[in-house]
Design a protein around this ligand. Structure first.
Ligand code: PRP
Length: 191
């Protein structure tokens, strides 16, 4: 037998599963149906905030029945300065104009809200027809900047979660569920 752990088994670094693959799939089907109804007769540009949202957006896009186009934007925080200023750096901008388009920003998690507030303001200034936000997960207790989440998958407790796009040092994004990372895993790497 192989020593490899199939991604469907609980990963040894995961303390417990918070949201199962089945729960995620079911919620995305609901979100897709709601979004499709809300944009009936319209087209939609889904804007993925890299990297974390790529897993969610791939599934969400396939749960939406109105015509969609896709855009990708990558941002990087300026370390601790982001915590106070909310300034983020655009690492990769959209390839297309959003002017006159129905834009739906797709995010994996809203924590302080600083990233989304910045991106929403940036895209708003480019004159889309409409601008909404869809976040798979939300930690409202961590908010520093208020953002309106139009479509929200799950509210999370304030724990260190990974999986389904959420990472620790770029690992665990491929887990098909959202789970709590064992503290020993991140304590280790700090020495
Ligand atoms: C995560 C997440 C959001 C942001 C949310 O991205 O994907 O973009 O943090 O945090 P905030 O609400 O406090 O701004 P991260 O910077 O970890 O990059 P990643 O998407 O590449 O993992």
């Amino acid at each position: 037998m192989s020593d490899l752990h199939p991604v469907t088994d609980i990963h040894p670094d995961i303390d417990r599963i918070l949201i199962s693959q089945e729960e995620i799939n079911a919620r995305i089907a609901e979100l897709g149906a709601q979004i499709s109804a809300d944009y009936q007769g319209e087209e939609l540009l889904l804007v993925c905030i890299l990297k974390g949202a790529f897993v969610f957006m791939a599934d969400l896009a396939r749960a939406i029945t109105v015509p969609v186009q896709t855009g990708f934007i990558a941002v990087s925080s300026y370390g601790h300065s982001t915590q106070s200023s909310g300034v983020v750096r655009i690492m990769k901008d959209l390839d297309q104009s959003v002017e006159g388009q129905n834009v739906l920003i797709v995010e994996d998690i809203v924590d302080t809200g600083l990233t989304l507030a910045y991106i929403a303001s940036l895209l708003h200034d480019r004159h889309p027809k409409s601008l909404k936000i869809c976040a798979l997960t939300n930690k409202p207790q961590c908010r520093k900047k208020e953002v309106t989440i139009d479509y929200c998958g799950f509210v999370l407790p304030n724990e260190f979660v990974v999986g389904y796009g959420l990472d620790y040092q770029d690992y665990y994004r491929n887990l098909p569920y959202i789970g709590v990372l064992k503290p020993s895993r991140y304590a280790q790497s700090h020495g």
